[in-house]
Write a protein that binds this ligand. Structure first.
Ligand SMILES: *Cc1c(COP(=O)(O)O)cnc(C)c1O
Length: 389
């Protein structure tokens, strides 16, 4: 059996090696390292793929979020509601901009921000909601967009884990995540579903004025050469990363299909096993069965395949998998509201029952595009043997 990895970037590279190697060399020979034609071409191709009017590439997914918030003109003291159960980058940039992060609980089935919790957290100072499409599945955008409309709030989608996922609205309309809110961010960190070979990120929006503002912000607040109208940042995707992303983008749907196929095999093996809750697929992007992982709808792109272990033995399982050379991850072990940097008197433990439970139960299994049946079989058997003993 091939050695099991949490993410197998090498196996994926080998399949596109010729194209990647020659296009990287072409960039080097062109010396157009920054803002070159490859970056523009990638931007256009991603706009087409997502069906969004503007993609603004930048240096990483954390910058993308920060720049999106700067572009919206949010000001110190403005409250921004986001999920307690997510990667710290989401709340970090809110705090960095001296906005006030307001963390709220999540839904136990989707792991995504709970619209009811959003409603309760809204105050006259609330200006924006940041849903994170966690682990590759869209947050409940029907509810979130309707809350935002009612209270006149911006919606900033953190799509770092959801690129390529579809969201099907109650009306039946299907849209890619990241093309729904006022603005969205994504990351091309190597392990993300569309990853480059270094750092990279992008901001998406359908709003022409906001896109114009953001294009200046990423470039030192410059709209005319050496005229700085606003305080900006320096955040760029370089041409080498862009050319790698151009090689990978046409494969993104296949990559996500491979992830979904692996997820389907995992869930089938775990069906009916006591103490294991498999990831729920909301089924919203899918015309077929609720909770089945179909191979075409893109309603979940499985950035992570995350189980809940309900017998209190999650940490022992982590140890057991490690002992058997099976890598795994706990995303995330500590709620953001308990992190020293983000504590706030406004929080009450009773406000976070779901997050407080999930951090004790979740475990993410190896998930990437190169998992084979032998590996999946070994992983599932090792998990089941341990949990059922
Ligand atoms: C990876 C990630 C980010 C940050 O992306 P970087 O490119 O690493 O800065 C932000 N939010 C979420 C949910 C992420 O998973």
């Amino acid at each position: 059996m091939k050695k099991i990895q949490m993410v197998d970037l090498k196996g994926q590279y080998e399949q596109i090696k010729d194209q990647v190697d020659s296009s990287v060399l072409d960039v080097i020979h062109s010396t157009a390292f920054i803002n070159g034609p490859e970056v523009h071409a990638f931007q256009k191709e991603l706009e087409d793929y997502l069906d969004v009017k503007h993609v603004i590439p930048c240096a990483n997914g954390t910058d993308a979020l920060q720049i999106a918030m700067m572009g919206l003109g949010l000001e110190p003291g403005d409250e921004v509601i986001t999920a307690d159960f997510t990667f710290a980058a989401t709340v970090e940039v809110i705090a960095l901009l001296r906005l006030t992060p307001v963390l709220v609980d999540v839904d136990p089935d989707s792991f995504n921000i709970d619209p009811e919790a959003i409603k309760k957290a809204i105050t006259p100072k609330t200006k924006a909601i940041v849903p994170v499409h966690l682990f590759g599945q869209s947050a409940n955008m029907d509810e979130i967009m309707s809350i935002a409309k009612e209270h006149n709030l911006y919606v900033i989608e953190d799509n770092a884990q959801g690129i390529g996922a579809n969201y099907k609205f109650d009306t039946g309309e299907v849209t890619k995540t990241g093309a729904i809110g006022h603005v969205a961010s994504t990351s091309f960190f190597p392990s993300k579903n569309l990853g480059c070979y270094g750092d990279g990120g992008a901001i998406f929006t359908n709003d022409d004025d906001l896109a114009h503002t953001i294009r200046g912000i990423v470039n030192h607040g410059m709209y005319k050469r050496y005229h700085h109208d606003v305080v900006g940042v320096n955040s760029r995707l370089d041409s080498i990363q862009a050319t790698i992303l151009r090689a990978k983008l046409p494969n993104l749907d296949n990559y996500n299909n491979a992830r979904r196929a692996a997820a389907r095999k995992y869930s089938k093996a775990f069906e009916g096993v006591e103490h294991i809750i498999t990831p729920k697929v909301e089924g919203n992007g899918c015309g077929t069965d609720h909770n089945t992982i179909c191979d075409t709808c893109n309603c979940h792109v499985f950035h992570q395949y995350t189980l809940r272990i309900t017998n209190g033995k999650r940490d022992d399982l982590v140890q057991h998998l490690n002992d058997n050379s099976i890598p795994c991850g706990v995303y995330y072990p500590i709620p953001l509201h308990s992190q020293k940097a983000y504590q706030d008197d406004r929080y009450n433990e009773a406000d976070f029952p779901v997050t407080n439970q999930l951090i004790k139960e979740v475990i993410s299994l190896p998930m990437h595009t190169e998992l084979d049946d032998e590996q999946i079989d070994f992983i599932t058997k090792t998990v089941i043997n341990f949990v059922s003993k």
